[in-house]
Design a binder for this molecule. Sequence first.
Ligand code: ZN
Ligand code: ZN
Length: 413
Amino acid sequence: MPDQELLRKYARLAVQTGVNVQEGQLLVISCPVTHSEFAHLCMEEAYRCKAGEVWMNWTDEDADRINLLYGEESDLKNVPEYQLARVREAQQRKAAFLHIMSPVPGIMAGTDEAKSGRILKSRRNAMAVYRAYTMASQGQWCILALPNARWACQVFPEEKDPGTAEKKLWEAILRTVYVNAETDPLQTWKEHSAAIRRHCDLLDQKHFRALHFHNALGTDLTVGLAPDHLWGGGEEKASLIGCLFNPNLPTEEVFTTPDRMHVDGIVYASRPLLYEGHRIENFSVAFQDGKAVSCHAGTGEEFLKQILAADENSDRLGEVALISYDTPISQMKTLFLDTLFDENASCHLAFGASYPGQIRGGTKMSEEELKEHGGNVSQIHVDFMFGTADLAADGIHEDGSSEPVFRDGRFIF
Ligand code: ZN
Ligand code: ZN
């Protein structure tokens, strides 16, 4: 574990830059039982920022696994009333939510996948009414991660000692969130957020009709953008509270909505795609009029085909995201086996649903209206990386003229 000084910096970042807890506000912290020390630091930081009260919600993936193995499906499908009441009260009190996670990739292996799917779906439905609070950013929320030895051993398989692997993962995670001994992470994040905002504003002003990508790997793809697309990334504003917060630590991307009917050419993935525990590698997908018309993968082609066939729109794009090749996550070349990190490693596209907030007026549109505006509606949203050190991107204007946006994997402005 890093020294107290670094841990405290990370906790301060979570509480101030992440959820940005306000004076008198209730803060709800979810945290794995194995990381109580870090949660306690976050509590102290919250009270230092004059939070009103802090509720702890201890989580335990191993306990979830044991329940899944031995518990009755009919019982596990229900979210107990006391848990719903807790969320209801927290939201009525306009709480901020800090989610500390420490995932163990593959922990549910060997359990009944179908049973687990039914339980998750039923629990998701029970919680659906409470999801808008965070998904539509009514209140502040933030997700961040802490390492554990079982996760670390999968990220660094060459490391035989679990303790050493965990130490390496600690170092890697702290690097992704700009926490180090020398600098003040709060200040770094101020500058980081301003840089992300600047790129969003510039791209919104340019209002490109399409982006054209190409590189030596073989990518030659034109991604049309929804006519009323908006660029997003970094900080968000909590509508009920009025303050800014950072939903993800780390975050590097600026992203927007492709036009679901206008994607043409071929894209080659630059990193493996992890889907439901399966690894899809060395793959390419060809598009015509927005639709994936063929695909090929060195490994896991059948899972790639499963994604494209998940529903009627899962073979169209819902997101295009730009990330410079010189960000810390990109430079590390580490596959974290978790989306929070891996989606920030390089430029990516996503099959499936688009984000309504990334179309002007989109959060008030019906699914049909969203589609008419170029957005995509699907049950899935699966990101895959295609950015490389030599990636070039050009923005295409309404009149067909173009200008460079990316050269050598980086923004040129
Ligand atoms: Zn993204
Ligand atoms: Zn995405």
